[in-house]
Design a protein around this ligand. Structure first.
Ligand SMILES: Cc1ncc(COP(=O)(O)O)c(CN[C@@H](CCC(=O)O)C(=O)O)c1O
Length: 399
């Protein structure tokens, strides 16, 4: 019968659709600076040595039983230590409700579903711009969405005044989505001092902060530094929600392994919240995947492997930081009339270049360079072999 006749083709995903177009391009000089996935200086994906070692230890040595609905207890415990601190009082007091999630996306979606169930009429404010999928996640969870100013095009920096005004003008007790570090797509993070002001304003308004921390360790190369915003909010006495991902900082992209945590007022509340998170996940996917959790637990549970991981995350972060300087110098060397210091001011996986969608289209059609139409460059796609070519192309379309 006519069940599916009136179903339209869905629009291409603004990020993953770029990868599809890149893969379809047969040009030998094609370059992918679209999806935020790390590549080494040869343009190749990386499996970290600590992960390879963990896989060796795990391979064939474990049963493949179901995990509990809340996932791997060990992986969750280790994740909380990374975000809340090795000796966190909140961990000791069992005030954190936490479950393994399907990477960062799954953690955000599980929280959105939880928020919809227990605060159905409370809006969440998300930054402008933000990761494209944030809109989809909270929209599909049925949560009323609002936006707050974040990026200031003129300076290619933070619109701190606008951000603070929007936080102040939001109804008391709103939810706010905050990128803990390496803001996607702008690479613009508040300074420590600005985070302190944001924290005290959010506290005075009784807002609830939800942090999406998809890049801990990947931004600065230092895990504590990248979680500084979280510790500032914890010092200020906030309850928080937090999405963690091991996609980028441990290179476990396709393993879909992450963690959702909600800091509560006491253990009793945390037990109740965790039980509700499990009740929501059970009909969604029942229980999360085993393999990635075993890798993360093995890496973080062994001091030697954890130390190796910290070194390897820093290598990835440092390569990107180095490429920022190289790209900026290449553009300046070509006599570009535009300012490019934002390339080195910004942090994390992405550079928000400031190029227009039309300029991006020209990069693709004339130079086979692929990036999202908002002008975001995934810096990991740049290496010493293609940085000159990319600089030539950007100069050509922006001069
Ligand atoms: C801020 C933020 N949160 C969550 C995620 C989700 O990552 P998980 O793989 O679910 O842990 C990403 C990944 N954004 C990248 C990767 C591609 C994508 O999923 O869009 C990006 O924006 O290119 C992200 O940038």
């Amino acid at each position: 019968s006519s069940w599916f006749r009136n179903i339209d083709q869905a629009p291409k995903d603004p990020i993953l659709g770029v990868t599809e177009a890149f893969l379809a391009d047969q040009s030998p000089s094609k370059v992918n600076v679209g999806v935020g996935a790390y590549r080494d200086d040869n343009g190749k994906p990386v499996v970290l040595d600590c992960v390879r070692e963990a896989e060796k230890r795990v391979a064939g040595s474990q049963f493949m039983e179901y995990l509990p609905m809340g996932g791997s207890i060990k992986m969750v415990e280790e994740s909380l230590k990374l975000a809340y601190g090795e000796n966190s009082e909140f961990i000791k007091d069992k005030r954190i409700a936490a479950v393994q999630a399907l990477s960062g996306t799954g953690a955000c979606r599980l929280f959105a579903a939880f928020q919809q169930r227990f605060h159905p009429n409370t809006q969440i404010y998300i930054p402008v711009p933000t990761w494209a999928n944030h809109h989809n996640i909270w929209r599909d969870a049925g949560v009323p969405l609002k936006t707050f100013r974040y990026y200031y095009p003129e300076s290619r920096g933070l619109d701190f005044a606008g951000l603070m005004e929007d936080i102040k003008n939001a109804p008391d007790g709103s939810f706010f989505l905050l990128h803990a570090c390496a803001h996607n797509p702008t690479g613009v993070d508040p300074t420590e001092e600005q985070w302190r002001e944001i924290s005290s304003l959010i506290k005075s308004k009784g807002h609830f902060p939800f942090f999406d921390m998809a890049y801990q360790g990947f931004a600065s190369g230092n895990l504590e530094r990248d979680a500084k915003a979280i510790s500032i909010f914890l010092e200020d006495g906030h309850l928080i929600g937090l999405a963690q991902s091991y996609a980028k900082n441990m290179g476990l992209y396709g393993q879909r392994v992450g963690c959702l945590s909600v800091l509560c007022e006491d253990e009793k509340q945390a037990v109740a919240v965790k039980s509700q998170l499990q009740l929501i996940s059970r009909p969604m996917y029942s229980n999360p995947p085993l393999h990635g959790a075993l890798i993360v637990s093995t890496v973080l549970g062994d001091p030697e492997l954890k130390k190796l991981w910290l070194e390897e995350v820093k290598v990835m972060a440092d390569r990107i930081i180095g490429m920022r300087t190289t790209l900026r110098e290449n553009l300046e060397k070509r006599g570009s009339p535009l300012p490019w210091q934002h390339i080195t001011n910004q942090i994390g996986m992405f550079c928000y270049s400031g190029m227009t969608p039309e300029q991006v289209d020209r990069l693709t059609s004339e130079f086979h360079i692929y990036m999202t139409r908002n002008g975001r460059i995934s810096m990991a796609g740049i290496n010493s072999g293609n940085v000159g070519y990319i600089a030539d192309a950007i100069h050509e379309v922006t001069k």
